[in-house]
Design a protein around this ligand. Structure first.
Ligand code: NI
Length: 189
């Protein structure tokens, strides 16, 4: 397997990931209106941060920026080069960037055990739509659309929630939600 360390998303600045109950995580994020080099750099650094974390999705509020941007890769693999080294090898990278996304169609129902880089240590089953159609802009400001199912659909819905100030425990029963919120507050102290 060839190392893909030359790939542009495997170089960048590792951004700080904010954890619950940081206020930026519960705010509705602002639309992106300027599509410039700064935005491209932000997306690159968000992808870099996501791969290093490692995670399969990262939304701008999670790095303290209240903007409607998230990045996703539900396809890559990450493993140690060999037993002795701590060098990590990535393969099958499929970085995706979603700006000002709108979920237009939602069909069916599915349940998946979710986690979140902003809610460390919590993994719970969350109910989501099975298939979705999303319109969004790319970093050049061009209109795009994608149909998604399986993990990509779940991940888009999870990240899109972040843009509306919703974390996945908000999708649980109030009993479970309150339990985890207390747990997270305690861990933060
Ligand atoms: Ni998350």
């Amino acid at each position: 397997m060839e190392a893909v360390t030359q790939n542009y998303v495997l170089e960048g600045e590792r951004l700080q990931i904010y954890t619950y109950p940081e206020p930026v995580l519960t705010k509705v994020a602002q639309e992106v209106t300027v599509f410039d080099e700064e935005l491209k750099l932000l997306c690159k650094n968000m992808l870099y941060t996501m791969y290093q974390a490692p995670g399969i999705g990262l939304a701008a509020p999670q790095i303290g920026l209240s903007k409607r941007v998230f990045v996703i890769d539900t396809d890559y693999t990450r493993e140690y080069k060999d037993e002795e080294s701590d060098e990590v090898v990535f393969d099958n990278l499929n970085p995706r960037v979603f700006i000002n996304p709108v979920i237009k169609e939602k069909v069916g129902e599915t349940t998946y055990q979710e986690g979140c880089l902003s809610l460390p240590g919590i993994f719970e089953d969350v109910k989501r739509f099975e298939e979705i159609v999303v319109s969004y802009k790319n970093t050049d400001g061009e209109d795009c659309e994608i149909s998604a199912n399986e993990l990509l659909s779940i991940c888009i819905q999870h990240e899109n929630d972040h843009l509306d100030g919703i974390v996945f425990i908000d999708r649980l029963s109030s009993l479970k939600r309150n339990f985890f919120k207390k747990k997270l507050l305690k861990a933060k102290r």
